[in-house]
Write a protein that binds this ligand. Structure first.
Ligand code: ARG
Ligand code: ZN
Length: 878
C-alpha cells in the first residue's frame, strides 16, 4: 500500500545502478485466485558504480514474498529485508544468481498497474513502475536485461499465452494446463515487459521489410471484436513502411503483436514486440468508429510502433528523460499523420491541443519543464508538457536544422546510442554533432517551464521603405522557477501587401533573391528586424505554421485579421486569423453582452460556407468556433457563465444569419457514395455535421428533420454520431430523448460506442446537467472499474461541459471531489488525472475560485490518499 507522504525524487540525485541484471528468467503460474511468479536474475556489480559493496536493492509493491535464494541456497531471515516496497539483500558476491518467488493477485488488481485481469484475460502494464508489482526487481530504465518468460495456465480458459520476443517452446502440462516460453533477444528495461493470457482470436498479416525480411504481424482480440482489426493492421503496415522511408528504421524481431484490452489506464503501450492497446485506441469499423477515432487509431498505432526505435532500442536513462522517447515519438507520429492526411489540418489540431490544454498546464500549479527536475509520482508526469510540448521542441530542432541535417542527427542518435539508456541531452548532442549547430541556448526549452510570450510591435517608415518588427520575449515564472533566461525561438514570418500578395523579405536594401517566408531566430530579450524595399504598410503574418510553442501578442485590427483569413498563403495562419477574430468578437460580448455581433464576422463565415474553391478540410476547421476551454485559457479571471453565454450568443447569431448557407452547405456535402477516409471525405462529413449542429442550435425545424433522417440512414458512425450530437445539443427535448434511447438500444453491446454515447451526453450543457450525470453513473452500462467509462462520463463532464461543471452553486466541483475520492481507493492514476480541472482554481473569477478550492481541500483531507493524488492536490494548493 502507498504511504501517505510520497518522497520527492530529484534528477540531481541520479546515480548509476550499483548492480546490473544480464538475464531474467521468469515463470508465471497463472490461476484464478492468484499467480505465482518465479524469477531468476543473473546479477553482477556495475563496474561503473562507485558504490562499493552496497546491498542489492530490489523494488517491490503489493507482493507476497514466498522465498528467496542466492545461487540456489535459500536465504535465512537475517540475510535479507522485506521492507514492503523493497527487498534488500545485504551481502552479495560480485556476480550471482538470485531466485525469488512471489505471489500476486491479478484478479484483485484494480490499479491496472503490473499484472491484472481485464474481461477475463490476464494482461500487464509496466510503464513506468508496474513491474515491481509483479516481482522484486531493480525497476529503473537504465537496468537492461534479456528476458525469457514461461507462462503456464489453463489450456481452455487461456489458449493464447504471449510475451515479448519470439516463442521458443510450448507444450502441455498436467491438469489441463499448458505453457509457452518466449525469449526476447534485445536487452530491455523492465517497463517494456509484457504478458497476455486469454481466449483471444488471432488476426494475421505479414510485412516485408526493406531488407527483405518477412515479419509476422498479429492482432489478438476478444472474439466479438474480430471484425474491428483491419484498419489497425493496415495502419501498422503503413507505419512500418514510413519509418523505413523517412527515418531508415527497420523492424528487428520476426513477429510483431498487438493486443486490445478493455480496461487500460492510458491509450496504449509499446512493450517490445507486444504492444498492448486500450480497445478504444485500436478497434474500429465504419459502423462503430468516427473519423476522429480512425485518425486517432492510426496515430496511436504509429506512435507505439515508432517507439520500437525511439524508446525501445534507445531508451531513457531515468524517468526525468521521459520526453526523450515521448516527445520524439509524438513528433514522429505527427509527421506520419501529416503525410497520411492533410498536413495543415494536423497542424491545426496539434496547435489547438497545445494552446488549449498544454498552455493551461504550463501556467498552472503542476507546470514542469520538458525535462522535470523532480517528481513525487512519475505517473503524474505523463503530461501534455512531456508529450506535446516535448514534440514541439523536437519540431523546432527539425525546423532549425532542416530536413536533411535533422535526419543525419537522428541517424547518429540511433547509431550512437543503440542498446543504451540515455538522456535528452544525448539527443540534442547528436543533433549538434551531425549539424555543426550550437544548441546550447536551445537546451533551455528542456529546462525552463512556462510558455514564452512574444510581444510584437511594428513601424512603417514610408520614406525609407522600411518595415520594422520589434519582438520581445519573456518566459513567465512557474512554481519553483523564477527569473528565466530568454530562449532560442524559431519565429516564422511573412508579410502581405495590400493586394494580398506576399512581399519579398529583404534584410538590407538592394539584395536580391529575397524569400517570401523567413524563420527569424530569437535569442535575446528583444530583437528588431528591418525589412527593406517595402513600399506600403504590410500586414504581418506571424508564427507561421505555429513555428514555436509560444503565445504571440500583436495589436491586430479586425481588418487585418479578416484580410489574413482570406489571403494568408500559410493555411495555418489563415485559420489562426479566423480564430483570433472570433475570440475578439466573443470577448467583446463578454464585456458587453448587449452589444451587436461584429457584422464582418458573419460575412467572413458566409464566404467560408460558400467557398468551394478553398481546401474543404481547412474550411471545416475554420468554421469551428474557439472552444470554451480555449476562451477560459485566454482569460485572466475566467467567468465561465459569461464566456458560455457570449459564445452561445455568437453561435446563435451566426446560425440565424447564415441559415440558408448552412442548409446549402449541408446538402452540397451529402450524397457521398462509399465511406472513405480521405481528407476530402472527412472534411465533407465535418462540414455537414457542423452545419447540422448550428441549425439545431437555433431550433431549426428543417434541421431537425435532416438530423433525424441522418440518424436513421447513416452508414457510418461519424454521421450517426454527428446527428445524435446535434440533437443532444438542441432544445428538442423529446426528440433528443428518443434519439438517445434508440441509439443505445442499437449499440448497447458495443462498449466503444456506449462510451461515445456517454460522452455526447456528459459533454452537453443541455443533456448533461448534474442530475443527468448522476443518472449516467447509475446506468447499467456504467462501470467504475473501467477507466474508459469513468472518462466518458466524469471526465467529459468536468473537462468539456464547462458551463455545467462550473455551476455557480459549486455542485459540479463537489461532485468531482466525491468521485475522485471514490476512485482514489481503486485506481489512483485515474483519480489523479480526473482531479485536474479543480487544480486550475486560480484561473477563475473569485466566486468560482473559492468553491473550487474547497472541493480540492476535501480531496486533500481524504483518508489514505494515494501518492498520485497527494502530489497533485498538495502542489495545487501550495
Ligand atoms: N509509453 C506509453 C505511450 O506513450 C504510455 C504509458 C503510460 N503509462 C503510465 N503509467 N502513465 O505510448
Ligand atoms: Zn509514447
Amino acid at each position: 500500500m502507498r504511504t501517505n507522504q510520497p518522497q520527492t525524487i530529484c534528477l540531481s540525485d541520479y546515480k548509476v545502478p550499483a548492480y546490473l541484471v544480464d538475464q531474467v528468467d521468469l515463470r508465471f503460474e497463472l490461476f484464478e485466485d492468484g499467480a505465482r511468479v518465479h524469477s531468476v536474475l543473473s546479477v553482477r556489480r556495475n563496474p561503473e558504480s562507485s558504490a562499493g559493496d552496497e546491498p542489492l536493492y530490489l523494488h517491490g509493491d503489493s507482493l507476497v514474498l514466498e522465498s528467496v535464494a542466492l545461487n540456489g541456497t535459500p536465504l535465512a531471515a537475517g540475510d535479507f529485508d522485506d521492507l514492503g516496497d523493497a527487498l534488500v539483500v545485504s551481502s552479495v558476491p560480485e556476480a550471482f544468481e538470485l531466485q525469488v518467488v512471489t505471489w500476486i493477485e491479478p484478479q484483485n488488481n484494480t490499479r491496472l498497474e503490473g499484472l491484472y485481469k481485464s474481461s477475463g484475460m490476464f494482461c500487464t502494464q509496466c510503464e513506468a513502475e508496474g513491474f515491481r508489482c509483479i516481482t522484486f526487481y531493480p525497476d529503473r530504465p537504465d537496468v537492461m536485461a534479456r528476458f525469457r518468460t514461461r507462462i503456464e495456465a489453463d489450456r481452455d480458459a487461456y489458449p493464447v499465452l504471449l510475451s515479448n520476443g519470439n516463442p521458443v517452446a510450448k507444450g502441455d502440462l498436467e491438469g489441463g494446463r499448458h505453457y509457452v516460453t518466449w525469449e526476447d533477444p534485445f536487452p530491455k528495461p523492465a517497463y517494456l515487459f509484457a504478458l497476455v493470457a486469454g481466449d483471444l482470436v488471432e488476426k494475421k498479416d505479414t510485412f516485408t521489410t526493406c531488407s527483405g525480411r518477412s515479419i509476422d504481424l498479429r492482432m489478438y482480440v476478444e472474439p466479438r471484436n474480430a471484425q474491428k482489426c483491419d484498419f489497425a493492421l493496415d495502419a501498422l503496415k503503413r507505419s512500418m513502411r514510413w519509418d523505413e522511408d523517412v527515418y531508415g528504421r527497420e523492424y528487428d524481431l520476426d513477429i510483431f503483436m498487438i493486443v486490445a484490452v478493455d480496461d487500460f489506464n492510458m491509450g496504449a503501450m509499446e512493450n517490445k514486440g507486444l504492444n498492448i492497446f486500450n480497445s478504444s485506441c485500436v478497434l474500429a469499423s465504419q459502423e462503430t468508429a468516427t473519423d476522429a477515432a480512425f485518425q486517432r487509431i492510426e496515430a496511436i498505432v504509429a506512435h507505439e510502433y515508432f517507439h520500437n526505435w525511439s524508446g525501445n532500442r534507445v531508451t531513457c536513462r531515468d524517468w526525468f528523460q521521459l520526453s526523450l522517447k515521448e516527445g520524439f515519438t509524438v513528433f514522429r507520429d505527427a509527421q506520419f499523420s501529416a503525410d497520411m492526411g492533410s498536413p495543415t489540418v494536423k497542424r491545426i489540431e496539434d496547435a489547438t491541443l497545445l494552446r488549449t490544454a498544454q498552455f493551461a498546464e504550463d501556467a498552472g500549479p503542476m507546470a514542469h519543464p520538458v525535462r522535470p527536475a523532480s517528481y513525487m509520482e512519475i505517473s503524474n508526469f505523463y503530461t501534455l508538457t512531456i508529450y506535446e510540448k516535448g514534440a514541439e521542441v523536437v519540431r523546432m530542432i527539425h525546423n532549425l536544422l532542416g530536413e536533411s541535417l535533422f535526419r543525419q542527427g537522428s541517424d547518429l542518435y540511433f547509431q550512437r546510442h543503440d542498446g543504451q539508456a540515455v538522456t535528452t541531452d544525448d539527443f540534442v548532442r547528436a543533433m549538434e554533432d551531425a549539424s555543426g549547430r550550437d544548441l546550447s541556448q536551445f537546451r533551455l526549452w528542456y529546462e525552463q517551464a512556462g510558455t514564452p510570450a512574444l510581444t510584437v510591435t511594428d513601424e512603417f517608415d514610408e520614406e525609407r521603405c522600411v518595415y520594422r518588427l520589434t519582438v520581445s520575449q519573456s518566459v513567465p515564472d512557474t512554481p519553483g522557477q523564477t527569473g528565466k533566461k530568454p530562449q532560442h525561438i524559431p519565429f516564422a514570418v511573412g508579410l502581405l501587401g495590400r493586394d494580398g500578395q506576399p512581399l519579398p523579405l529583404l534584410f538590407s536594401a538592394g539584395s536580391d533573391d529575397a524569400p517570401v517566408d523567413r524563420v527569424l531566430e530569437l535569442t535575446e530579450r528583444e530583437h528588431c528586424f528591418e525589412f527593406h524595399g517595402v513600399s506600403e504598410r504590410p500586414v504581418p503574418s506571424l508564427l507561421r505554421g505555429f513555428s514555436a510553442p509560444v503565445r504571440v501578442h500583436y495589436p491586430w485590427t479586425r481588418e487585418q485579421l479578416l484580410f489574413l483569413m482570406s489571403h494568408d498563403p500559410d493555411g495555418f495562419n489563415r485559420w489562426d486569423a479566423g480564430q483570433r477574430l472570433a475570440v475578439d468578437v466573443i470577448q467583446s460580448l463578454i464585456v458587453a453582452p448587449e452589444a451587436e455581433v461584429e457584422p464582418r464576422l458573419v460575412d467572413a463565415y458566409r464566404s467560408l460556407l460558400r467557398n468551394t474553391g478553398l481546401d474543404q478540410a481547412l474550411v471545416a476547421k475554420m468554421l469551428q468556433l474557439p472552444s470554451e476551454a480555449y476562451l477560459i485559457e485566454l482569460s485572466e479571471q475566467a467567468d465561465v457563465a459569461a464566456i458560455h453565454r457570449a459564445r452561445e450568443a455568437v453561435l446563435s447569431h451566426l446560425a440565424t444569419h447564415l441559415r440558408d448557407e448552412l442548409l446549402a452547405c449541408y446538402h452540397r456535402n451529402s450524397a457521398q457514395g462509399d465511406y472513405q477516409l480521405t481528407p476530402e471525405s472527412v472534411a465533407r462529413r465535418s462540414l455537414r455535421n457542423t452545419a447540422l449542429g448550428w441549425l439545431l442550435h437555433i431550433g431549426d425545424q428543417q434541421g431537425l428533420v435532416l438530423a433525424q433522417e441522418q440518424l436513421r440512414s447513416a452508414d457510418n458512425m461519424t454521421d450517426r454520431l454527428g446527428a445524435l450530437r446535434a440533437l443532444v445539443n438542441s432544445d428538442f427535448v423529446e426528440e433528443r430523448t428518443q434519439a438517445l434511447e434508440g441509439f443505445y438500444q442499437a449499440f448497447r453491446e458495443d462498449p466503444q460506442v456506449v462510451e461515445l454515447w456517454f460522452s455526447v451526453q456528459a459533454a452537453s450543457v443541455r443533456a448533461g446537467q448534474l442530475p443527468q450525470i448522476t443518472q449516467l453513473l447509475e446506468h447499467e452500462a456504467f462501470d467504475w472499474k473501467n477507466p474508459n467509462k469513468v472518462r466518458s462520463v466524469i471526465g467529459a463532464f468536468a473537462s468539456q461541459n464547462l458551463a455545467a461543471f462550473h455551476n455557480p452553486d459549486g455542485s459540479g466541483y463537489a461532485f468531482l471531489a466525491t468521485q475522485v475520492c471514490r476512485l482514489d481507493d481503486s485506481n489512483p492514476q485515474i483519480a489523479s488525472r480526473l482531479v485536474t480541472p479543480l487544480t486550475r482554481w486560480r484561473k477563475f473569477a473569485p466566486e468560482y475560485r473559492v468553491l473550487m478550492k474547497s472541493a480540492l481541500e476535501r480531496v486533500r483531507d481524504k483518508d489514505r490518499l494515494s501518492g498520485d493524488v497527494y502530489e497533485v492536490v498538495h502542489k495545487s494548493l501550495a
